[in-house]
Design a protein around this ligand. Structure first.
Ligand code: HEC
Ligand code: HEC
Length: 232
């Protein structure tokens, strides 16, 4: 697995963070020759997402720490949600160590551009989800209890607000880990602070969260993994 630190220098635009004087120096060295912002078109975004590809563009790629699960699909996700998630990792509201490290190297501008890129990414390709079907009575009862559709929308693929995620077709093992992370909001290395979702998951057992995750993953949706070859 590539460590993000290897990949930081090309992305960091915040010179003197306490985190990395070295990165700052690398960037200062780059400033003199860096092209004007206006030229930052396709080539610019390609270099910004270069460090994401090794994990988010390999179909079925597994993260191994702190838990083993597939890396989430982000192509086809809402831009506003992607930006919110990256900001949460950067601020520490999401504790996942790898993504915290990645997000720490991004400026607000990087986050906006990357989020817009992934929302449109692979629009011409089919989503990864299954055929889904009506939920079993047990799953239906859980969906009703958590009011999931009220926020995540029809088919769990049309959130009522663009800062809420599409869930349909996402990897089941990832969804399960994400749901558990809201149960341990303040704690590392997987916790997620989010008032809305923490309140939602509190009253569910892990077995129930797993059922919900499997159901969501079975639904057809927009999310997908776009293999690396499609970038070039
Ligand atoms: C070393 C592998 C790795 C790299 C590199 C990486 N990611 Fe991630 N990413 C992950 C993992 C694992 C998660 C799940 C983290 C969690 O459980 O919260 C994740 C989560 C995310 C999420 C949250 C998805 C969701 O549904 O909430 C976004 C957005 C994201 N990554 C964007 C990016 C972007 C943009 C880049 C490049 C700038 C990037 N990642 C680089 C492994 C990686
Ligand atoms: C009141 C609105 C609301 C309700 C109800 C709600 N959610 Fe969410 N959900 C959100 C928001 C907002 C987020 C983004 C939180 C964040 O930024 O970490 C989210 C995030 C998630 C995530 C993380 C997705 C990812 O890609 O990491 C999952 C999984 C999820 N919700 C499942 C559910 C399920 C299952 C239910 C029903 C039991 C539910 N939600 C009910 C608003 C809601």
């Amino acid at each position: 697995m590539k460590t993000p630190s290897v990949l930081f220098p090309g992305l960091s635009r915040r010179p003197f963070t306490p985190r990395g004087l070295l990165f700052g120096l690398v960037m200062l060295a780059g400033v003199a020759s860096s092209p004007a912002r206006a030229d930052d078109t396709q080539k610019g975004i390609t270099s910004k997402v270069a460090m994401c590809i090794g994990c988010h563009s390999i179909p079925g790629y597994q993260a191994s720490f702190p838990e083993v699960h597939k890396v989430p699909m982000i192509s086809g996700q809402n831009a506003k949600y992607i930006a919110a998630a990256l900001t949460a990792y950067r601020q520490g509201d999401r504790k996942h160590p790898t993504m915290k490290g990645v997000a720490a190297s991004l400026t607000d501008q990087d986050i906006q551009e990357i989020a817009a890129y992934y929302e449109a990414h692979g629009k011409d390709l089919p989503g990864a989800g299954g055929r889904g079907g009506a939920p079993t009575p047990q799953v239906q009862a859980l969906l009703t209890k958590g009011n999931c559709i009220a926020c995540h929308g029809e088919g769990l693929n049309k959130p009522i607000d663009a800062s809420y995620p599409k869930l349909a077709g996402q990897h089941a093992d990832y969804l399960y880990v994400a749901l558990k992370a809201y149960q341990v909001s303040g704690k590392g290395p997987i916790g997620r602070n989010n008032a809305i979702m923490s309140a939602q998951v509190k009253s569910f057992t892990q077995a129930e969260l797993k059922l919900l995750a499997e159901y969501m993953a079975s639904l057809p949706g927009d999310l997908k993994t776009v293999p690396q070859g499609r970038f070039r």
